[in-house]
Design a protein around this ligand. Structure first.
Ligand code: ATR
Length: 276
């Protein structure tokens, strides 16, 4: 934190009006009675760098970064964490006392913490994972699943070449499956994750055949509007352990809040209620 100033943080994206992060950080600041403000900022790409250089000078201790700037900030930051480098994108910047910008990616951390909290019996290394989708969110999920010890990871995406590019980056535990055959590997899965935007309000449903899901398989979705997607509903009906995607959003915010405001926040039902 910078001297006796009230610490400021926020989220930068464009558009930014729908971001839940101000509700989340505002809730934690209030819950813990901490001085500080968290502000949404709509910044176009052309103004991103100058904004990031200016913010520390007016009391900002860090910012979250969202669409469309998560890749671009990697070039602007002075120091980039290994995790952000592996994912190829950053979502959490810290402005250090020495004037440098430190970029990190906490999406994979948020993904795993959500599962640890809501499915305590789940173990990544107990069997293969199936990951649907190969966009930016998929990179974070794959990174964290491999790090958590998944022995084999089937990756399926409508555009196969995008999945192949991820396999080339992540190595031999990743196996690409055609989108039309994704349903065939579900019965082998210990973990199933939708990282695509399918199933989100305003988007088509995820139509992968799900009858291969076995009871006890961990099924999760990064989509959280609605909280129960078709994948999670059918998974629940088939006896799977289902975890919704809201917790990933909440947990990915924890490291930033702790760094900026000096308190590690707890993710609980009140936190969920604050952003819904
Ligand atoms: P993010 O960075 O949030 O992951 P993204 O990079 O746009 O967003 O990726 C969105 C994912 O949803 C991709 O896997 C995309 O598949 P493509 O690579 O084929 O585009 C997937 N997706 C979006 N709409 C889809 C649709 N109608 N059918 C199948 N997959 C879809």
């Amino acid at each position: 934190m910078s001297g006796d100033r009230i610490p400021l943080a926020g989220v930068i994206g464009s558009p930014i009006a729908h971001s839940r992060s101000p509700l989340l950080h505002g809730h934690w600041l209030k819950t813990y009675g901490l001085p500080g403000h968290y502000i949404p900022m709509d910044v176009p790409a052309a103004r991103l760098e100058e904004t990031l250089r200016l913010l520390p000078q007016i009391g900002f201790v860090g910012v979250n970064i969202t669409i469309p700037h998560k890749e671009r900030v990697m070039e602007i930051a002075d120091v980039v964490s290994d995790r952000a480098t592996l994912i190829g994108a950053a979502n959490t910047l810290t402005f250090r006392e020495n004037g440098t910008i430190y970029a990190d990616n906490t999406d994979g951390y948020g993904f795993i913490e959500n599962l640890r909290q809501n499915a305590p019996g789940w173990r990544a290394d107990a069997g293969p994972a199936v990951v649907l989708g190969a966009g930016g969110a998929s990179r974070a999920v794959i990174t964290s699943l491999l790090e958590a010890g998944v022995p084999k990871l089937y990756l399926s995406n409508r555009t196969r070449t995008r999945a192949e590019a991820l396999r080339d980056d992540f190595g031999q535990r990743v196996h690409v499956i055609d989108w039309v055959h994704a349903g065939n590997v579900l019965e082998e899965a210990n973990t199933v994750v939708n990282t695509s935007s399918l199933g989100m309000v305003g988007k088509p449903e995820l139509r992968v055949p799900l009858d291969g899901l076995r009871p006890g398989t961990l099924v999760t979705d990064i989509v959280y509007t609605p909280l129960e997607t078709r994948l999670l509903r059918i998974g629940r009906e088939l006896g799977c352990t289902c975890v919704d995607g809201l917790g990933m959003l909440l947990h990915q915010a924890v490291p930033g809040f702790e760094r900026w405001f000096g308190k590690r926040p707890v993710v609980d039902q009140a936190t969920r209620d604050a952003v819904l």
